[in-house]
Design a protein around this ligand. Sequence first.
Ligand code: C2E
Ligand code: MG
Ligand code: MG
Ligand code: MG
Length: 285
Amino acid sequence: AKRDGGAQHRMHRTAAPSAEDADLLQLEADLHHALARGELELHFQPQFDARTLSVVGAEALLRWRHPVHGMVRPDRFIPLAEASGLIVPIGRWVLDEACRQAQQWSALAGREIDVAVNVSARQMIDDHLPGEVAEALRRHGLAPRRLELEITEGIAVRDVDQARGLLERLHALGVGVAIDDFGVGHSSLAYLRDLPVRRFKIDRGFLRGVPADAGGARLVAAMVSMARGLEVGVVAEGVERIEQLDFLVEQGCEVVQGFLLGRPLPADDFLHRLLDDAFGHRGRS
Ligand code: C2E
Ligand code: MG
Ligand code: MG
Ligand code: MG
């Protein structure tokens, strides 16, 4: 029997499977072929230097162009990919594709562009991950420091010894590690302090009412200042309004990402964005 039944498990939990369960089951079955059929693609959301607003890198975000359902959001299919173990081959493809793109853009734009890749819990317990990361970097000639792996706090904290071992192997390769959705998980600051983490990504939930909501603003300010105290970088995600950007710059946040400045784009559109940036359309008027 399969070790992870994924959607099947969910279906057997209730006596009468709902339409939603049947949909998930079908979606999971389709996901098995998605990679081989070329239905998966990466979009790239630009990350900006908060002060100059020039593009410094991109976060790779997975998209599934389903033949029937159209574009399926990762929040819907990543959990299926994790439960079924499909996230391992899919994640390997994401890593390879992200490294390939980053190297290609850098060559075309004439400057170094960093790339961040999301890594799920299931991949973090896979002993092969550091080897696969090294292989993807080598294959595309990407300098390790230009790749950042985004893990969620939950993973880092769930099994600290295992996470530490893996993070240290990744760190030894020269790859950066970011804590994604920072502040949302079961924060265990003592652990985070000891892990080789390059930066925190402040979850967009914290930015929602900022800066008008004084309590929220103080919280974000404290997170930025804590990151500085720990000597790790800080990225704010989900920046949607100019007031949020101004506030983050005032607090000393270094890198920003959000719909205000740029949505996730197909690779070619991202390249055009980079080239525009290079031809002087950068910065704030
Ligand atoms: P995440 O890593 O926290 O990615 C940020 C999400 O916030 C993305 O959603 C992005 O499109 C969205 N976002 C960015 N700026 C804004 C903004 O200003 N406003 C709002 N409302 N949203 C913004 P997306 O692409 O739907 O991805 C959702 C999640 O799926 C990601 O959250 C990540 O956890 C997961 N994911 C995406 N790609 C991959 C992948 O290749 N591998 C794995 N394991 N997980 C992935
Ligand atoms: Mg992320
Ligand atoms: Mg995030
Ligand atoms: Mg998130």
